[in-house]
Design a protein around this ligand. Structure first.
Ligand SMILES: [Mn+2]
Length: 339
């Protein structure tokens, strides 16, 4: 499959991008490895052009990513950077989101500031927030878009950038296993390996460095597994106090939502986490079951009815309320689409 990215459009965006002297690079709140990988990739692309971007995360990096060998910390909003530091910023690059909601601490500032804005993203949910867009909702990761962009314009990627982009692609595709894994993904991954990435090195760092607390959390979550709709819907839920008790972090719950999809009949998996702040974190995943390809639940639409969004097979929402009540509402909503 050929990339749908357009070379002349990319050339035009690149000349505006690399004319910047003090670019601000942002990604969505609660950054995942695709967001952070894309920031690192973008930082490298600026640095080889002797431009030092201000890369700001709204939340600290998940511990798992810090453990990766090539990671160099980004600045964290309000901890390392405040509004004063934004003086003189002459352009903003937003990665892995196109939604003000996901850029909350700076959404108003972003709307008011009159500098060129760029978005590189692969999500369906979209606000009009930029002057330049490189968006491909068919791309498995934002890091895939950046890899293809670099390849198309024949930029060399240093090892740090290649490593970061590989991590973003590998995690957004569930280690090349989710439905979004296509030939573009594999071609890009192979290109990044040619740039010096060791897939096994990344794998061991990502998936074989867990703490005992994370495994205990997994066991606790599996204990809460409930099945509905003739075992087509799987629901797991956990409260903030369980994290305290097990000495687990919020980020330790990452990827656990995929476990119930191992059950043959399960088409939709939901993970509900009471964050203890009044906000309930609800994640959705879906799969096409073996033997009936006509069944195909779009969880981004379900997430939207709770004020969230995402992709067809991976989405999330953060409704406010009491966990039991949210759970009942979410289950009822999914059942509408499942039967
Ligand atoms: Mn992504």
């Amino acid at each position: 499959m050929h990339s749908p990215l357009d070379k002349s459009h990319l050339t035009e965006v690149s000349s505006a991008l690399f004319a910047l002297k003090k670019p601000l690079v942002l990604a969505h709140a609660r950054p995942d490895c695709d967001a952070i990988g894309a920031m690192m990739g973008m930082r490298s692309l600026f640095r080889v052009r002797n431009i030092e971007p201000l890369c700001v995360q709204f939340n600290p990096t998940p511990v798992r990513y810090v453990a990766l060998t090539r990671y160099e910390p980004m600045k964290v909003w309000l901890k390392d950077v405040t509004f004063d530091d934004l003086d003189g910023v002459d352009g903003v690059i937003v990665l892995d989101t196109c939604s003000y909601k996901q850029l909350d601490p700076l959404a108003d500032w972003l709307q008011g500031v009159s500098v060129p804005k760029f978005v590189v993203d692969h999500h369906v949910t979209r606000d009009e927030l930029a002057d330049y867009y490189v968006i491909d909702e068919h791309a498995s990761a934002t890091c895939l878009i950046l890899t293809e962009w670099a390849r198309m314009l024949e930029w060399s990627l240093d090892e740090v950038a290649a490593h970061a982009l590989f991590v973003g692609i590998a995690t957004d595709t569930g280690w090349f296993a989710h439905a979004n894994t296509d030939t573009r993904t594999m071609v890009a991954a192979s290109h990044l390996m040619e740039c010096g990435v060791s897939a096994n090195d990344v794998y061991r760092h990502l998936y074989q460095t867990d703490t005992p607390a994370r495994l205990r959390l997994q066991s606790r979550l599996l204990d809460t597994l409930e099945l509905y709709a003739g075992d087509k819907l799987a629901v797991m839920s956990v409260s903030a106090s369980a994290f305290e008790e097990l000495k687990a972090r919020m980020s330790d719950a990452e990827d656990m939502i995929n476990e119930p999809l191992r059950i043959r009949s399960v088409e939709v998996s939901i993970l509900i986490i009471d964050q203890g702040t009044g906000v309930i974190r609800v994640s959705f995943r879906s799969k096409v079951p073996i033997g009936d390809t006509t069944r195909d639940v779009d969880v981004s639409r379900i997430a939207q009815s709770f004020g969230g969004g995402g992709h067809k097979r991976a989405a999330g929402a953060r409704p406010v309320g009491e966990i039991q009540e949210v759970k009942e509402q979410v289950v009822a909503r999914v059942l509408e689409d499942l039967v």
